[in-house]
Design a protein around this ligand. Structure first.
Ligand code: SF4
Length: 320
């Protein structure tokens, strides 16, 4: 198995997905593609066709085996081909197929991906807001750039997205991710790539975490079944992977039964004590109110088992 743009994307969506795709119980995987996911694919294909039809001349490497396409891509880049469509880049266990490879004045190549979304998230042209790079776009471009560098066809640290409006948006891959986030996109990529590599080799394993994204995933039934059997904390609404993992490691609580026994005030006292002794990471990011809410939800889900009405609900009288 190779590290690909789609395995990096899957990891960003759900860090468990990469492992389950290879080592999970295949008989439990839903075979039909989710209609919404299918719709997104179709939208993506149409957009790509539209962009490609306007490109003019390019060297099309869409057909053939991966190895043939790789050889042809290398040849095309050595021959200074201006624009390559669907070329294949390979190095050790990394594989990337950028939609386009465009030659630069120094004869290195710029990886370009065609996406049917906006290039930057939170961009509002009318309000003059530029937005910021999207994590999954940035990480995928890092993979292409990494491959180009290792193969000797790039020295720069950038990649481009052609977005839903047909605009080219450049990503500076060694830029800091945000004002408060010191980590650069490249460092994020290296971190994710390392985990994906270990998961692919079955040298690292993590747990499913039930959340909104699961409904679009072919492993939905399988992970739901696992969650119910393990009485995993992510069965509680809004208690996601990071909070679950913190509770697992810091409080040594793995399942709902043990979680229902916690005393929130005591846990908070322990957090204070740990903080004073220098252990700032202990239950980091978990506030008392959120823990109490999660506990209330767990009680309703596993003990009360019926709706709880906190105040009278007065419904207006209407004809229908
Ligand atoms: S169902 Fe959810 S937890 Fe399981 S692999 Fe898919 S996204 Fe991850």
């Amino acid at each position: 198995m190779n590290i690909t743009a789609s395995s990096l994307y899957d990891y960003i969506q759900c860090p468990h997905r990469v492992w389950r795709d290879i080592y999970g119980p295949q008989e439990e995987k839903i075979q039909e593609t989710n209609p919404f996911v299918k719709l997104l694919w179709e939208k993506g294909i149409k957009h790509e066709e539209k962009i490609i039809s306007k490109l003019g001349g390019f060297w099309n490497l869409k057909e053939g085996s991966i190895d043939e396409r790789f050889q042809k891509t290398i040849e095309a880049m050595k021959n200074k081909t201006p624009l390559i469509y669907q070329g294949v880049l390979k190095y050790e266990n990394m594989l990337g197929i950028p939609d386009l490879l465009r030659i630069l004045p120094d004869y290195s190549y710029m990886p370009i991906d065609i996406k049917s979304g906006v290039g930057f998230e939170g961009a509002h042209e009318e309000e003059g807001e530029e937005g910021k790079p999207k994590k999954h776009y940035a990480v995928q471009l890092c993979l292409y750039n990494d491959l180009l560098k290792r193969l000797g066809f790039a020295a720069h640290n950038s990649g481009k997205i052609i977005d839903i409006c047909g605009e080219e948006v450049e990503y500076d891959l060694i830029a800091q991710m945000g004002v408060k986030t010191k980590e650069t996109w490249w460092e994020l990529y290296e971190r994710i790539k390392k985990h994906v590599d270990l998961l692919i080799k079955n040298q690292e394993k993590n747990k499913p975490a039930l959340g909104g994204i699961c409904k679009l995933c072919p492993w939905y039934n399988s992970c739901k079944k696992w969650g119910e059997e393990a009485k995993d904390l992510t069965n509680v609404f809004y208690l996601g992977r990071s909070v679950r993992d913190k509770i697992n490691t810091d409080l040594l609580i793995e399942d709902i039964d043990s979680f229902l026994d916690i005393d929130v005030a005591e846990v908070m006292k322990q957090k204070d004590k740990e903080k004073k002794s220098g252990n700032k990471g202990f239950l980091h990011g978990i506030a008392e109110g959120n823990l109490q809410k999660a506990l209330n939800r767990a009680r309703i889900l596993y003990q009360t088992k019926e709706p709880v009405i906190y105040e009278p609900i007065v419904l207006p009288e209407v004809s229908h």
